[in-house]
Design a protein around this ligand. Structure first.
Ligand SMILES: Nc1ncnc2c1ncn2[C@@H]1O[C@H](COP(=O)(O)OP(=O)(O)OP(=O)(O)O)[C@@H](O)[C@H]1O
Ligand SMILES: [Mg+2]
Length: 274
């Protein structure tokens, strides 16, 4: 990293916070190629990064820059062509297919752009299913679902089916499903991409609360507003991390203005400001 700096804008820093907690996620020179000889796309071109326990990291970049590919490699949905990814010290690129499902289910929580809820289950059942799969005591399930639903403000939709909910409600149910298992790492790919601004704000505030109560979050977005809720933002371009901004002591509003400055400085190439 640090091959590119933006001197005119304050707050740009590659300094790590002092007395940092341990790394929960480490990517070392991750490469991902798609296609076969003669028609290869280099989606990731040597990504190295570290995320520490309790962080809330945003990943920004233009369409096609490799954000989803990176998240899919971290989430074990996809396998890197080269390099290593460590989650809580375990090299997930070395896990066998049979170990991956268990690793995903126990350690990771996902929120996708499209909520991916099961249509034939109610919100309560969708959230509870994550616990059942993880073999949580049946007697604990209802209480855990109620607790997370209250936190995300979806108590009144628990009996509804996905088609009976708004897009924003579906996204919050998906967020509840992602965190109810108390995963080490929550991964979100454009979680506000398909919802309006009021619902986006609700979801982002929910993420902020999840982070405040201990969840480590990595969120891909090309929306500067969504990114302003994170504490640190990595910019990715052509499959490489090339810049970083840190929120530090800034208010969210100030950080938002700062991100807008950076994005426009980068000429809208690094991220599409919306
Ligand atoms: N399954 C695939 N097969 C071939 N090429 C792919 C595949 N998935 C992604 N790519 C290519 O890899 C590059 C990175 O794609 P990726 O989906 O990671 O971008 P992104 O940053 O998430 O973009 P967006 O903001 O549009 O979601 C693109 O050039 C894309 O065309
Ligand atoms: Mg994407």
């Amino acid at each position: 990293m640090a091959s590119f700096t933006v001197p005119a804008i304050d707050g740009m820093s590659d300094a790590a916070p002092s007395a940092s907690p341990p790394a929960i996620l480490t990517c070392q020179n991750v490469e991902k190629y798609y296609g076969t000889r003669g028609n290869i796309t280099k989606a990731l071109d040597g990504v190295s990064l570290e995320v520490r326990t309790g962080e809330y990291v945003g990943i920004m970049g233009a369409s096609g820059s490799g954000k989803t590919t990176l998240l899919n490699c971290i989430s074990t949905i996809d396998r890197p062509t080269a390099g290593h990814i460590l989650i809580e010290g375990q090299d997930i690129t070395k896990l066998k297919q049979s170990q991956l499902a268990r690793f995903r289910r126990e350690r990771l929580g996902f929120v996708f752009q499209d909520s991916n809820l099961l249509d034939t289950l109610t919100a309560r059942e969708n959230i509870a299913l994550a616990l059942t799969i993880n073999r949580i005591e049946p007697s604990q399930i209802e209480g855990r679902v109620d607790e997370v639903a209250a936190r995300l403000g979806i108590t009144d939709v628990l009996a509804k089916y996905p088609y009976e909910m708004s897009g924003g409600q579906r996204q919050r149910v998906a967020a509840a499903r992602a965190i109810v298992t108390r995963p080490s790492l929550v991964l979100a790919d454009e979680p506000t991409g398909a919802i309006d601004s009021k619902n986006s704000r609700n979801l982002l505030e929910s993420f902020e609360q999840m982070n405040a109560s201990g969840a480590t979050i990595v969120m891909v977005t090309h929306d500067s507003f969504a990114a302003s809720y994170a504490k640190r933002i990595l910019f990715i371009k052509d499959g490489r991390v090339f810049n970083e901004v840190i929120r530090g002591a800034k208010t969210r509003k100030h950080f938002f203005d700062h991100i807008i400055d950076v994005v426009s400085f980068l000429g809208g190439e690094a991220a599409d400001a919306r």
